[in-house]
Design a binder for this molecule. Structure first.
Ligand code: SF4
Length: 354
Protein backbone atom coordinates (compact mmCIF):
# COMPACT_ATOMS: atom_id res chain seq x y z
CA UNK A 1 0.00 0.00 0.00
CA UNK A 2 1.38 3.40 -0.93
CA UNK A 3 1.71 6.09 1.68
CA UNK A 4 0.00 9.48 1.51
CA UNK A 5 3.35 11.02 0.52
CA UNK A 6 3.76 8.54 -2.33
CA UNK A 7 0.32 9.26 -3.65
CA UNK A 8 0.89 12.99 -3.75
CA UNK A 9 4.43 12.77 -5.05
CA UNK A 10 5.74 14.21 -1.76
CA UNK A 11 9.33 13.18 -1.08
CA UNK A 12 11.85 13.69 1.65
CA UNK A 13 13.91 16.84 1.78
CA UNK A 14 17.05 14.87 1.00
CA UNK A 15 15.85 14.62 -2.60
CA UNK A 16 16.05 17.52 -4.99
CA UNK A 17 18.38 20.45 -4.70
CA UNK A 18 18.45 22.82 -1.79
CA UNK A 19 20.61 25.77 -2.58
CA UNK A 20 21.37 28.74 -0.39
CA UNK A 21 19.36 28.92 2.81
CA UNK A 22 16.00 28.19 1.30
CA UNK A 23 14.97 25.52 -1.19
CA UNK A 24 15.38 26.20 -4.87
CA UNK A 25 16.16 29.90 -4.38
CA UNK A 26 12.52 30.48 -5.23
CA UNK A 27 10.78 33.49 -3.72
CA UNK A 28 7.46 31.73 -4.18
CA UNK A 29 8.62 28.70 -2.21
CA UNK A 30 10.14 30.93 0.46
CA UNK A 31 6.74 32.56 0.82
CA UNK A 32 4.98 29.21 1.19
CA UNK A 33 7.53 28.07 3.76
CA UNK A 34 7.16 31.36 5.63
CA UNK A 35 3.39 30.80 5.78
CA UNK A 36 3.83 27.26 7.06
CA UNK A 37 6.39 28.41 9.61
CA UNK A 38 4.05 31.16 10.84
CA UNK A 39 1.24 28.64 11.15
CA UNK A 40 3.56 26.38 13.13
CA UNK A 41 5.53 28.84 15.25
CA UNK A 42 3.78 32.21 15.52
CA UNK A 43 4.47 34.47 17.42
CA UNK A 44 8.22 34.67 16.80
CA UNK A 45 10.17 34.32 20.00
CA UNK A 46 7.07 34.28 22.22
CA UNK A 47 4.54 31.93 23.78
CA UNK A 48 1.44 31.18 21.76
CA UNK A 49 -1.66 32.64 23.32
CA UNK A 50 -3.72 33.14 20.18
CA UNK A 51 -4.68 30.79 17.38
CA UNK A 52 -2.94 32.03 14.20
CA UNK A 53 -4.82 32.03 10.92
CA UNK A 54 -2.32 32.46 8.07
CA UNK A 55 -3.10 33.61 4.53
CA UNK A 56 -1.00 34.81 1.62
CA UNK A 57 -1.35 37.54 -0.99
CA UNK A 58 -4.09 39.33 0.84
CA UNK A 59 -4.85 42.97 1.41
CA UNK A 60 -6.93 45.92 0.40
CA UNK A 61 -7.50 47.51 -2.98
CA UNK A 62 -4.41 49.65 -2.47
CA UNK A 63 -2.06 47.30 -0.68
CA UNK A 64 -1.44 43.58 -0.84
CA UNK A 65 0.70 41.74 1.67
CA UNK A 66 2.66 38.55 1.08
CA UNK A 67 1.60 36.95 4.33
CA UNK A 68 -1.10 37.92 6.79
CA UNK A 69 -1.31 36.41 10.26
CA UNK A 70 -4.60 36.92 12.06
CA UNK A 71 -4.13 36.26 15.75
CA UNK A 72 -7.48 34.88 16.86
CA UNK A 73 -9.08 34.40 20.25
CA UNK A 74 -9.22 30.57 20.45
CA UNK A 75 -12.69 30.34 22.02
CA UNK A 76 -14.16 32.96 19.71
CA UNK A 77 -12.55 31.20 16.75
CA UNK A 78 -14.36 28.05 17.75
CA UNK A 79 -17.59 30.05 17.75
CA UNK A 80 -16.70 31.46 14.30
CA UNK A 81 -16.48 27.91 12.95
CA UNK A 82 -20.26 27.68 13.47
CA UNK A 83 -20.61 29.91 10.38
CA UNK A 84 -18.76 27.49 8.11
CA UNK A 85 -15.30 27.46 6.54
CA UNK A 86 -15.95 30.01 3.82
CA UNK A 87 -15.36 33.76 3.94
CA UNK A 88 -18.22 35.99 5.01
CA UNK A 89 -17.97 39.01 2.72
CA UNK A 90 -19.03 42.50 3.77
CA UNK A 91 -22.67 42.02 2.69
CA UNK A 92 -22.97 38.74 4.57
CA UNK A 93 -21.24 40.20 7.60
CA UNK A 94 -23.80 43.00 7.66
CA UNK A 95 -26.60 40.43 7.90
CA UNK A 96 -24.91 37.93 10.20
CA UNK A 97 -23.59 40.42 12.75
CA UNK A 98 -26.94 42.16 13.19
CA UNK A 99 -29.31 39.23 12.84
CA UNK A 100 -31.61 39.22 15.91
CA UNK A 101 -32.09 36.45 18.44
CA UNK A 102 -35.85 36.39 17.75
CA UNK A 103 -37.61 36.48 14.38
CA UNK A 104 -37.87 39.99 12.96
CA UNK A 105 -38.42 41.69 9.62
CA UNK A 106 -34.94 42.13 8.19
CA UNK A 107 -35.46 45.87 7.67
CA UNK A 108 -36.30 46.31 11.33
CA UNK A 109 -33.44 44.15 12.49
CA UNK A 110 -30.57 45.41 10.37
CA UNK A 111 -29.11 48.93 10.42
CA UNK A 112 -29.64 50.92 7.24
CA UNK A 113 -26.76 49.89 5.02
CA UNK A 114 -26.37 53.19 3.20
CA UNK A 115 -27.44 51.58 -0.10
CA UNK A 116 -30.81 50.28 -1.37
CA UNK A 117 -32.57 47.62 0.71
CA UNK A 118 -32.98 45.34 -2.28
CA UNK A 119 -29.26 44.57 -2.08
CA UNK A 120 -29.66 43.66 1.57
CA UNK A 121 -32.56 41.39 0.68
CA UNK A 122 -30.30 39.60 -1.82
CA UNK A 123 -27.67 39.21 0.90
CA UNK A 124 -30.33 37.82 3.28
CA UNK A 125 -31.22 35.15 0.73
CA UNK A 126 -27.55 34.36 0.20
CA UNK A 127 -26.91 34.18 3.95
CA UNK A 128 -29.87 31.84 4.43
CA UNK A 129 -28.65 29.72 1.50
CA UNK A 130 -25.29 29.37 3.23
CA UNK A 131 -27.03 28.49 6.51
CA UNK A 132 -25.48 31.40 8.42
CA UNK A 133 -28.88 32.91 9.33
CA UNK A 134 -32.41 31.52 9.39
CA UNK A 135 -35.06 33.00 7.11
CA UNK A 136 -38.84 32.68 6.85
CA UNK A 137 -41.65 34.46 5.06
CA UNK A 138 -44.34 36.19 7.11
CA UNK A 139 -46.95 37.50 4.68
CA UNK A 140 -44.97 39.52 2.20
CA UNK A 141 -42.20 40.20 4.67
CA UNK A 142 -38.95 38.26 5.02
CA UNK A 143 -37.97 37.64 8.60
CA UNK A 144 -34.58 36.53 9.86
CA UNK A 145 -33.14 35.05 13.02
CA UNK A 146 -29.53 34.40 13.93
CA UNK A 147 -28.12 30.89 14.24
CA UNK A 148 -25.64 32.12 16.85
CA UNK A 149 -24.04 35.41 17.84
CA UNK A 150 -21.20 36.31 15.49
CA UNK A 151 -18.13 36.29 17.75
CA UNK A 152 -15.45 38.94 18.17
CA UNK A 153 -12.68 36.57 17.12
CA UNK A 154 -9.93 38.83 15.73
CA UNK A 155 -7.35 39.96 18.26
CA UNK A 156 -4.56 41.31 16.07
CA UNK A 157 -3.66 41.44 12.39
CA UNK A 158 -0.01 41.14 11.44
CA UNK A 159 1.33 41.88 7.96
CA UNK A 160 4.51 40.23 6.73
CA UNK A 161 6.47 41.10 3.59
CA UNK A 162 8.69 38.28 2.36
CA UNK A 163 11.99 39.38 0.87
CA UNK A 164 14.40 36.46 0.97
CA UNK A 165 17.10 38.43 -0.85
CA UNK A 166 16.94 41.82 0.72
CA UNK A 167 19.43 43.95 -1.15
CA UNK A 168 19.65 47.71 -0.84
CA UNK A 169 17.33 48.43 -3.80
CA UNK A 170 14.64 46.02 -2.58
CA UNK A 171 14.95 47.42 0.92
CA UNK A 172 14.42 50.98 -0.31
CA UNK A 173 11.32 50.00 -2.30
CA UNK A 174 9.96 48.00 0.59
CA UNK A 175 10.73 50.83 3.00
CA UNK A 176 8.29 53.11 1.17
CA UNK A 177 5.55 50.46 1.27
CA UNK A 178 6.11 49.84 4.93
CA UNK A 179 5.95 53.56 5.66
CA UNK A 180 2.49 53.46 4.10
CA UNK A 181 1.49 50.48 6.29
CA UNK A 182 2.78 52.21 9.38
CA UNK A 183 0.90 55.41 8.58
CA UNK A 184 -2.38 53.59 7.83
CA UNK A 185 -2.04 51.20 10.78
CA UNK A 186 -4.43 48.75 9.15
CA UNK A 187 -2.33 45.98 10.64
CA UNK A 188 -1.29 46.02 14.28
CA UNK A 189 2.26 45.08 13.39
CA UNK A 190 4.37 44.81 10.23
CA UNK A 191 7.36 42.56 9.63
CA UNK A 192 9.86 41.86 6.90
CA UNK A 193 10.83 38.20 6.60
CA UNK A 194 14.18 37.60 4.96
CA UNK A 195 16.37 34.56 4.45
CA UNK A 196 18.92 34.16 7.23
CA UNK A 197 22.45 34.76 5.96
CA UNK A 198 24.32 33.46 8.97
CA UNK A 199 26.15 36.78 9.29
CA UNK A 200 26.47 38.17 12.81
CA UNK A 201 24.64 41.35 11.81
CA UNK A 202 21.85 40.70 9.34
CA UNK A 203 22.28 43.07 6.37
CA UNK A 204 18.58 43.88 6.43
CA UNK A 205 19.13 45.68 9.71
CA UNK A 206 21.47 48.09 8.03
CA UNK A 207 19.04 49.00 5.31
CA UNK A 208 16.63 51.82 5.07
CA UNK A 209 13.59 50.42 6.87
CA UNK A 210 11.09 52.18 9.09
CA UNK A 211 12.05 51.42 12.67
CA UNK A 212 8.46 50.32 13.42
CA UNK A 213 8.81 47.27 11.13
CA UNK A 214 10.16 44.09 12.68
CA UNK A 215 12.76 41.98 10.88
CA UNK A 216 12.63 38.22 10.94
CA UNK A 217 15.46 36.00 9.66
CA UNK A 218 14.18 32.62 8.46
CA UNK A 219 16.57 29.74 7.91
CA UNK A 220 14.89 27.19 5.64
CA UNK A 221 18.06 25.33 4.64
CA UNK A 222 16.47 22.28 6.31
CA UNK A 223 12.93 23.31 5.45
CA UNK A 224 10.39 24.40 8.04
CA UNK A 225 11.38 23.69 11.62
CA UNK A 226 9.90 25.18 14.71
CA UNK A 227 13.11 27.11 15.46
CA UNK A 228 13.74 28.26 11.86
CA UNK A 229 12.94 31.89 12.73
CA UNK A 230 15.00 34.45 14.59
CA UNK A 231 13.87 37.94 15.52
CA UNK A 232 16.51 40.38 14.33
CA UNK A 233 14.55 43.53 15.10
CA UNK A 234 11.38 43.76 17.19
CA UNK A 235 8.48 45.71 15.67
CA UNK A 236 6.62 48.50 17.40
CA UNK A 237 2.92 48.11 17.89
CA UNK A 238 1.21 50.50 15.49
CA UNK A 239 -1.27 52.87 17.02
CA UNK A 240 -4.55 52.61 15.14
CA UNK A 241 -7.45 54.98 15.52
CA UNK A 242 -9.79 52.66 17.45
CA UNK A 243 -12.74 54.98 16.81
CA UNK A 244 -12.45 54.65 13.03
CA UNK A 245 -15.41 52.39 12.10
CA UNK A 246 -14.41 52.07 8.43
CA UNK A 247 -11.00 50.79 9.50
CA UNK A 248 -12.57 48.25 11.85
CA UNK A 249 -14.83 47.01 9.03
CA UNK A 250 -11.89 46.68 6.64
CA UNK A 251 -9.91 44.73 9.22
CA UNK A 252 -12.74 42.30 9.85
CA UNK A 253 -13.26 41.77 6.11
CA UNK A 254 -9.54 41.13 5.76
CA UNK A 255 -9.61 38.64 8.63
CA UNK A 256 -12.61 36.88 7.10
CA UNK A 257 -10.80 36.56 3.77
CA UNK A 258 -7.79 35.12 5.57
CA UNK A 259 -10.08 32.66 7.36
CA UNK A 260 -11.72 31.47 4.18
CA UNK A 261 -8.69 31.38 1.97
CA UNK A 262 -5.73 30.33 4.12
CA UNK A 263 -2.42 30.02 2.26
CA UNK A 264 -2.75 26.60 0.65
CA UNK A 265 -5.11 28.00 -1.95
CA UNK A 266 -2.02 28.48 -4.18
CA UNK A 267 -2.84 25.09 -5.64
CA UNK A 268 -5.99 26.60 -7.16
CA UNK A 269 -3.91 28.77 -9.52
CA UNK A 270 -1.43 26.00 -10.43
CA UNK A 271 -1.80 22.77 -12.40
CA UNK A 272 -1.92 19.88 -9.93
CA UNK A 273 -3.65 17.96 -12.73
CA UNK A 274 -0.35 17.93 -14.66
CA UNK A 275 1.41 14.58 -14.48
CA UNK A 276 4.65 16.32 -13.46
CA UNK A 277 3.15 18.16 -10.48
CA UNK A 278 4.32 16.87 -7.12
CA UNK A 279 4.46 18.02 -3.56
CA UNK A 280 7.87 17.76 -1.96
CA UNK A 281 8.56 17.74 1.73
CA UNK A 282 10.73 20.49 3.19
CA UNK A 283 10.87 19.86 6.90
CA UNK A 284 7.31 20.30 8.16
CA UNK A 285 6.03 21.74 4.89
CA UNK A 286 4.84 20.35 1.58
CA UNK A 287 5.64 22.58 -1.40
CA UNK A 288 5.12 22.19 -5.17
CA UNK A 289 7.80 20.49 -7.24
CA UNK A 290 7.90 20.05 -11.01
CA UNK A 291 9.32 16.65 -11.95
CA UNK A 292 9.72 17.72 -15.59
CA UNK A 293 11.82 20.77 -14.76
CA UNK A 294 13.51 19.24 -11.74
CA UNK A 295 12.87 22.27 -9.56
CA UNK A 296 10.32 24.11 -7.48
CA UNK A 297 8.18 25.81 -10.06
CA UNK A 298 6.60 29.20 -9.48
CA UNK A 299 2.82 29.66 -9.56
CA UNK A 300 3.20 31.82 -12.67
CA UNK A 301 5.02 29.18 -14.74
CA UNK A 302 2.82 26.31 -13.55
CA UNK A 303 -0.10 27.30 -15.77
CA UNK A 304 -1.97 26.09 -18.83
CA UNK A 305 0.58 27.97 -20.96
CA UNK A 306 3.49 25.85 -19.64
CA UNK A 307 5.13 24.13 -22.60
CA UNK A 308 5.93 21.04 -20.48
CA UNK A 309 2.35 20.60 -19.26
CA UNK A 310 1.02 17.09 -19.74
CA UNK A 311 -2.39 16.11 -18.45
CA UNK A 312 -2.43 13.28 -15.95
CA UNK A 313 -3.02 9.97 -17.80
CA UNK A 314 -6.69 8.95 -17.99
CA UNK A 315 -5.94 5.69 -16.19
CA UNK A 316 -4.96 7.71 -13.10
CA UNK A 317 -8.59 8.70 -12.95
CA UNK A 318 -9.92 5.17 -13.03
CA UNK A 319 -10.31 2.48 -10.41
CA UNK A 320 -9.65 5.00 -7.68
CA UNK A 321 -5.88 4.92 -8.35
CA UNK A 322 -3.94 6.38 -6.70
CA UNK A 323 -6.61 8.56 -5.15
CA UNK A 324 -10.13 8.70 -6.36
CA UNK A 325 -10.37 11.36 -9.04
CA UNK A 326 -6.66 11.39 -9.92
CA UNK A 327 -3.68 13.00 -8.21
CA UNK A 328 -4.69 16.53 -9.14
CA UNK A 329 -7.85 16.23 -7.12
CA UNK A 330 -6.04 14.21 -4.48
CA UNK A 331 -3.52 17.02 -3.95
CA UNK A 332 -6.28 19.58 -3.65
CA UNK A 333 -8.06 17.42 -1.11
CA UNK A 334 -4.89 16.79 0.84
CA UNK A 335 -4.11 20.50 1.13
CA UNK A 336 -7.70 21.35 1.98
CA UNK A 337 -7.70 18.64 4.65
CA UNK A 338 -4.49 20.00 6.12
CA UNK A 339 -5.93 23.49 6.31
CA UNK A 340 -8.89 22.24 8.32
CA UNK A 341 -6.64 20.15 10.54
CA UNK A 342 -4.28 23.05 11.19
CA UNK A 343 -7.18 25.35 12.01
CA UNK A 344 -8.32 22.83 14.60
CA UNK A 345 -4.81 22.26 15.94
CA UNK A 346 -4.12 26.00 16.10
CA UNK A 347 -7.08 26.40 18.40
CA UNK A 348 -6.09 23.40 20.49
CA UNK A 349 -2.48 24.55 20.84
CA UNK A 350 -3.59 27.97 21.98
CA UNK A 351 -5.87 26.33 24.55
CA UNK A 352 -3.07 23.98 25.69
CA UNK A 353 -0.79 26.93 26.44
CA UNK A 354 -3.28 28.66 28.68
S1 SF4 B 1 5.33 20.80 -16.34
FE1 SF4 B 1 4.57 22.88 -16.17
S2 SF4 B 1 2.40 22.66 -15.63
FE2 SF4 B 1 3.39 20.67 -15.26
S3 SF4 B 1 3.98 20.74 -13.07
FE3 SF4 B 1 5.73 21.46 -14.27
S4 SF4 B 1 5.51 23.70 -14.28
FE4 SF4 B 1 3.51 22.83 -13.72
Amino acid sequence: MRSEDDRTGARSESEGSVSGRYPGDSEFVFELLACRWAERSWPPGGARESAPIVARQLGTRRRRWDTVVVEADPEALEARARFGPRTLDSDLLHVVRHAPREWAWYRDALPHPGYPWRYVRAAVHRAAGRGVVEKRRNGNRIEIRRIAPYPDWVRRIVAVENKPDLDAGAARALGAQLEHDVSRALADEVWVATAATGASVEPALLEDMPVEAGILALDFADGVRRDAGEVVWHPSRLEPDETDDARAETRLELAERAYGRGWRSFVGTMRPDCRHFELRRRGEALVPWCAAKGKHQSAAECAGSCSAFEPEPPRWRTKGWPIEGGPGKGIRRLLEGRREWVRERGRERAFERR
